[in-house]
Design a protein. Structure first.
Length: 100
């Protein structure tokens, strides 16, 4: 069973850049099943419930190699941040037209 090591994306409610913990998650061995009576989605794979958090990617890779877990390391794309201010809406040389 292979594992995936990645840094999860921040939620829509977060605007900071402090989300820098890495997650080791196992890939599912069997697909999820829909239980016929109640319609719940279930899985017989217990490792799908296991999530291990690490402070760096190197720690997660070292853990996987130490325990003989095949892994895939996914590096995140860094977000491009550009500063905007409220006063830019009223600049004389504004690129877009000001309409209401």
């Amino acid at each position: 069973m292979s594992a995936r090591i990645y840094r999860p994306a921040k939620t829509a409610m977060q605007s900071g850049t402090a989300k820098n913990r890495w997650l080791l998650e196992y890939e599912p061995e069997t697909p999820r099943e829909v239980e016929p009576l109640m319609g719940w989605t279930s899985s017989r794979d217990m490792k799908s419930q296991l999530k291990l958090w690490f402070d760096s990617a190197e720690e997660a890779v070292a853990y996987a190699e130490r325990n003989g877990i095949p892994y895939i390391l996914q590096t995140p794309a860094e977000a491009k941040r550009h500063g905007l201010s409220y006063s830019d809406n009223f600049k004389f040389n504004r690129v877009g037209q000001w309409t209401h």
